[in-house]
Ligand binder design. Structure first.
Ligand SMILES: C[S@@+](CC[C@H](N)C(=O)[O-])C[C@H]1O[C@@H](n2cnc3c(N)ncnc32)[C@H](O)[C@@H]1O
Length: 212
C-alpha cells in the first residue's frame, strides 16, 4: 500500500533541499549495492532528521539501527561541538559499510558505532540522551522503548520510524508479526503517562515522543 500518493512523494522530494554530497553518494551506493536498500531513510526523512537535530542541538544522541550510516550522519548535523552520537548495528557487514561512511564524511570523532545486539548494548550505556532515534527490528520496539526511556532526559525526544508500517496497522485483522508489533508499540506509547507523542505521516510514519 502506498501510504502517500507517489506524486506527492516526488513533489516533496523535488521541493526539499539537497543533502550534502557525501549523503547523496551513500544513498546512491546503498541503492545500487544493498539488497535491502529500501531500509535507508532517504532524502525527505533525512532532512527531517537533520532539521529536528538542528532545532534541538543535542549533546548526546542514541540511534538504534545504523544500516549504512545515512540517518546517523543526518542526525549528527545538529550535535553541539563536543556532542556525540552513539549508533548500534547488529549486522557485521552493515556495520563495516557504516564505519567507512562515517570516516569518509569526516565524522568518526563524533559518531561511535557499536556492533552487536541493541538489547545487550543499551543497558551498558551510562549516558543521558537528549535525542533517541529508534529504527531497528520492529518486534523489539517496546523493549527498546522501555530500555531507553529511563535514560532519556526530561523534555528529551525520541523519534520512531515505520510506525504506520506500510499501512498494515490499519487492517482490521493484523497479519504480519511486524504490523502486530508496531500496532502494540503505538498503543503502548499512547497509554504511557510518562510521555506525549504525535504520529506524523511522513514516509512510513514517524512518531515524535517527548518525555514529560
Ligand atoms: C531500517 S534499518 C535502519 C536504517 C537507518 N536508520 C537509515 O535510516 O538509514 C534497521 C537496521 O537495524 C538493524 N538491526 C536489526 N535488529 C537489530 C538489533 N537487535 N540490534 C541492533 N541493530 C539491529 C538491521 O540490521 C538494520 O541495519
Amino acid at each position: 500500500m502506498d501510504l502517500i500518493h507517489p506524486l506527492i512523494e516526488t513533489y516533496a522530494k523535488e521541493h526539499t533541499s539537497t543533502l550534502e554530497e557525501v549523503l547523496l553518494q551513500i544513498e546512491a551506493e546503498t541503492h545500487s549495492q544493498h539488497p535491502q536498500a529500501h531500509m535507508l531513510s532517504g532524502a525527505v526523512q533525512g532532512l527531517f532528521l537533520q532539521m529536528v537535530s538542528m532545532m534541538l542541538q543535542p549533546k548526546k544522541i542514541l540511534e538504534i539501527g545504523t544500516f549504512t550510516g545515512y540517518s546517523a550522519l543526518c542526525l549528527s548535523k545538529g550535535l553541539v561541538n563536543n556532542g556525540k552520537l552513539h549508533t548500534i548495528e547488529l549486522r557485521e557487514e552493515d556495520a563495516v559499510i557504516a564505519s567507512n561512511n562515517f570516516r569518509r564524511a569526516g565524522k568518526e570523532h563524533q559518531i561511535t558505532l557499536h556492533k552487536g545486539n541493541a538489547l545487550d548494548i543499551i543497558p551498558r550505556f551510562t549516558e543521558t540522551w537528549d535525542l533517541i532515534f529508534l529504527d531497528a527490528d520492529k518486534v523489539n520496539y517496546i523493549n527498546y522503548y522501555e530500555l531507553t526511556l529511563p535514560q532519556l532526559r526530561t523534555n528529551g525526544f525520541m523519534l520512531v520510524d515505520n510506525v504506520l508500517f506500510h499501512g498494515q496497522v490499519l487492517e482490521s485483522q493484523l497479519k504480519g508479526k511486524n504490523a502486530k508489533a508496531i500496532d502494540a508499540f503505538n498503543k503502548h506509547v499512547n497509554a504511557d503517562k510518562r510521555v506525549e507523542q504525535v504520529i506524523l505521516s511522513v514516509r512510513d510514519g514517524i512518531t515524535i515522543i517527548r518525555k514529560l
